[in-house]
Design a protein. Sequence first.
Length: 209
Amino acid sequence: MQRTDIPGRTPQRSNARSNHRRILATARRTLRDDPDASLDSIAVAAGVTRRTLYGHFPGRQALIDELTHEAAQALHQAFAATRTPGADPLEAMARMALAAWAVGDRFRMLISLGRRRPGGDAVHAALAPARAEAIATIRRGQHQGVFAAHVPAPVLAHALEALMLALAEENGAGTWADPSGEAAATAFLVAAGVTPQAAARQVQDVMNG
């Protein structure tokens, strides 16, 4: 006998997918602003019952793991899309800053979670490739006299990451608008030791290229 679908199964699956996407989107925003947010608060914000949320994610760590994977993929793809072989350190850093800005909420959520959850967890593992690339580029630029060398490359990379997070938070709060990321990327390069004129010119070259 040929099997037929049970009436109502397709809408149920559609609703489940919709709920899953809504929970993830809500959790991304909520954990970005409050890394310690509970599953109950996320369920309320998403407009679903606690039982529905637990039907998709058996625990808080499962939700964070999926968000981390999603964000890491987005960050990796953004970096890969803007990376240019043979680019000098200044151009490479401008591209990385614009790529991080393009990821938006995902980048902010990863950084926020990483700051609250020290150790070798999945969040730090997800950020590790981007951080390693930034440190290597800064070190190369310091050797060439492009970036400030008064602090070690890992320290400068961490400070620049904090700057980008602060700028993204202001942009997200609506107190400052930079939809393209041009101003943020310019500020990023200036903080790395580049003159404002050279930083603005490099960012514009990358965006117009």
